[in-house]
Structures are given as structure tokens and as C-alpha cells.
Design a protein around this ligand. Structure first.
Ligand code: B12
Ligand code: SF4
Ligand code: SF4
Length: 300
């Protein structure tokens, strides 16, 4: 992700998109807008004093952004710009990059889960629990590394305000989606069961960090956000539907509530004790399926 909000860029965007002879620009006092006064009428409102001064206010555009933001998953959901605001100083918006990674689950663990038809294997459960602790440690290390390079960096998932959310529109979710970050970074696409399929398959865990260090963005070689999934490409598959022990996946839908109720439910209490983990996951829909460790080709 590249923010690209320098004063020069802002002026150039306004010149390209606004009828500068017949318009007046109204903004807050962000310094990046200063150059705009040179080529069109520009009024500012100082938000530390008041929000409305006669006709001068930014309320209309702010409610437009609120509607747009709600359209991007939901109002609760952080965009990379929201995270960058937290690393920005008072000079205003900064450019930045999302660093996103995928940690493929080992072959041994995948094979152990392939044999399961009701509960996850012990190896899978350990990956869910200890693997995610490792992923958190990696998030911290990447943040430290980027700070040592002179930048600012935040792992959204480790932010004190990060939380899981139940939203009326999208249901179970979180303030930051690692998979949407990975999609934006070109690492893969979503699928029928909502899992994220990368060239190393769907059985993985992923993570990300947002930084103000600007890096060359990686390519996003996909034309559709569900391109790596056979069923979504219109080919025959649906193997993950058969794998789900509670019928949470169908051709049209993944029932997040049913999936969560099962995997975090009382049936798993004994299993957690037996495996010595605090959470087991399930992932049957991510193993013994054509997309387990590759982008699947047509199956006959
Ligand atoms: C909440 C949560 C759950 C919930 C809800 C799952 C869900 N699908 O949202 C429950 C408890 C059910 C769950 C279960 C599992 N989870 Co979980 N979960 C999360 C968590 C914390 C947040 C997910 C989130 O924010 N969802 C937000 C909503 C909006 O996402 P969504 O509905 O899936 O997104 C859809 C729309 O955006 C839609 N869409 C519509 N139009 C468009 C247009 C465009 C352009 C795009 C891009 C998208 C898009 O496409 C998406 C997919 O359908 C993430 C960690 C994180 N913070 O990211 C892990 C995470 C998603 N879980 C993960 C895993 C591995 C699992 C399990 C396999 C359990 C396990 N470990 O054994 C199961 C898999 C169930 C399944 N089939 O998806 C991995 C996913 C890895 C992968 N390969 O995809 C994650 C990323 C954790 C991690 N750090 O790796 N999980
Ligand atoms: S098993 Fe088949 S239908 Fe399910 S996500 Fe993988 S490719 Fe798509
Ligand atoms: S959808 Fe949920 S319950 Fe069903 S197989 Fe996947 S992780 Fe397990």
C-alpha cells in the first residue's frame, strides 16, 4: 500500500480532478493543503477552535468518508490509513507500506489433519495455539526491525485497541483483517470457504505490520478476489464442503457462527485438555482438499 499524500501530490490531484475556476476548497489546517491557495480559492477551519464557521466546515465530506469507510467491510474496520494515522506526527498523513507474510503449515501437520474427520489433530491444534504465539513474536520482531531502520511501525493485531468484533453486516470479524492485508499485498485470493489461498495453499497462518517506510509494492497478479479457488472460478470442486463436520460451508456461504460455535464450543473442552493447548482451531476444510498446499488446477 502506498499512501502518497505529499503536498505536491495533493495539489496535482486537485488540479486533475477539480474545476478550479468555479470551486472553493474547504479543508482543515493540514499543512499539505497550503500550496493549493496559489491556484484556487481555499478556506480553512481550525478544528482546535471550532468545527463550523458559517459556510466553512468539513462536516459534509467527513460524513461521506464515514459512509465510504462503512462500505469497506464496516465502520469498525481499520484501513491502512487508520493505522498510519497512529504512526504519523502532527505534520499529517504519511506514506507507507503494509508488510504482509504467510507462514505455510508444515507437511507433517497437514498430513495429520487430513486423516481427521471430526476434530483437528494435535499437531494442528498446536499450530493454532503455539504457532500463533510465534506469529505474534514475528510481528514484534518485524516492528523492531523497521524501527531500527529509522521508520515507525505498528502490528495492528498487537495494538491495544485491536479486538474481535461482531458486526451486524459481516458477522464475526476483527478490527484488522490479516487476509485483506495479504490480498492487498498480492499474496493470494479468498475462496469458497473464505480461507485465503496462496501459491503455498490455504493451510497457513498470516500476519502483517504497517510502516511509514515506503517500499516498492509487490505485484498483485490476480484479476478476481476469489480467483485461486476452483469453485469460485466455475470449476468443479466443493471438497471443503464435504470436509466440514458441521455443514458450515455451502456453495453460497460459510456460516461463521456455526463454525465458531463448534470450534470454540464445549465439545472441544476435553480435546484442549488432552492436547495441552488453550485453543485448537479445526481447519478440516483446509486439509485433504485440492487447495491445501497449492493453487489448485482443474480436477477431473
Ligand atoms: C474472526 C476470525 C475467525 C472467525 C470468523 C472467520 C471469518 N471468515 O471471518 C471464526 C472463529 C469462524 C474463524 C475460524 C477459522 N479461522 Co479465523 N480468524 C478470524 C480473525 C481473528 C478475523 C477475521 C476477520 O477479520 N474477518 C473479517 C471479515 C470481513 O472477513 P471475511 O468475512 O472472511 O471477508 C470476506 C469479505 O471481505 C469478502 N469480500 C467480499 N467482497 C470482496 C471484495 C474484495 C476485493 C475483497 C478483497 C474481499 C471481498 O471476502 C472475504 C472472504 O469471503 C482472523 C485474524 C485476523 N485478524 O485477520 C483469523 C483468521 C482469518 N483465521 C484463520 C484460520 C486458520 C481459521 C480456521 C482454519 C481455524 C483454525 N486455525 O484451525 C477457521 C477457518 C474457518 C473458515 N472457513 O474461514 C487464519 C486464516 C488463514 C487462511 N488460510 O485463510 C486467520 C487469518 C488467522 C491468521 N493469523 O492466520 N476465524
Ligand atoms: S476445496 Fe475447492 S472449493 Fe473449497 S476452497 Fe479449496 S478449491 Fe475452493
Ligand atoms: S468451516 Fe469451521 S468447522 Fe467447518 S471445517 Fe472449517 S474450520 Fe472446521
Amino acid at each position: 500500500m502506498k499512501g502518497d499524500l505529499t503536498a505536491k501530490r495533493l495539489s496535482s490531484l486537485v488540479r486533475q480532478n477539480v474545476d478550479i475556476k468555479n470551486s472553493t476548497l474547504i479543508t482543515d489546517e493540514f499543512k499539505g493543503y497550503l500550496g493549493i491557495k496559489k491556484f484556487m480559492p481555499h478556506k480553512t477551519i481550525n478544528h482546535s477552535v471550532w468545527y463550523v464557521d458559517g459556510d466553512i466546515h468539513t462536516n459534509t465530506i467527513e460524513s461521506f468518508w464515514a459512509i465510504l469507510k462503512r462500505g469497506i467491510i464496516g465502520q469498525f474496520h481499520w484501513t491502512p490509513a487508520n493505522i498510519l494515522e497512529q504512526v504519523a506526527d502532527e505534520t499529517g498523513p504519511v506514506e507507507g507500506t503494509i508488510v504482509s507474510w504467510v507462514l505455510p503449515i508444515t507437511e507433517k501437520t497437514r498430513i495429520s489433519n487430513r486423516k481427521q474427520d471430526k476434530y483437528p489433530s494435535r499437531e494442528w491444534a498446536c499450530t493454532r495455539d503455539f504457532g500463533e504465539q510465534f506469529n505474534d513474536e514475528l510481528r514484534r520482531l518485524v516492528v523492531e526491525f523497521l524501527i531500527a531502520q529509522g521508520g515507525k511501525a505498528v502490528a495492528p493485531i498487537l495494538h491495544e485497541e485491536w479486538s474481535r468484533v461482531t458486526d451486524p453486516k459481516v458477522g464475526l470479524a476483527s478490527r484488522w483483517s490479516e487476509r485483506h492485508a495479504a490480498y492487498a499485498a498480492g499474496l493470494g485470493t479468498f475462496s469458497l470457504n473464505r480461507g485465503f489461498i496462496t501459491p503455498r495453499g490455504i493451510a497457513h497462518r498470516c500476519g502483517s505490520v504497517v510502516t511509514d517506510i515506503v517500499m516498492e509494492p509487490s505485484a498483485r497478479p490476480y484479476s478476481d478476489y476469489r480467483e485461486n479457488c476452483l469453485t469460485c472460478r466455475g470449476e468443479k470442486c466443493g471438497e471443503c464442503i464435504k470436509r466440514c463436520p458441521v455443514g458450515a460451508i455451502s456453495e453460497e456461504f460459510h456460516d461463521k457462527d456455526l463454525c465458531q460455535k463448534y470450534t470454540y464450543g464445549s465439545e472441544f473442552k476435553e480435546l484442549k485438555k488432552k492436547y495441552g493447548v488453550s485453543v485448537t482451531g479445526c481447519g478440516l476444510c483446509q486439509t485433504n482438499v485440492p487447495c491445501e498446499s497449492v493453487i489448485p488446477e482443474i480436477i477431473s
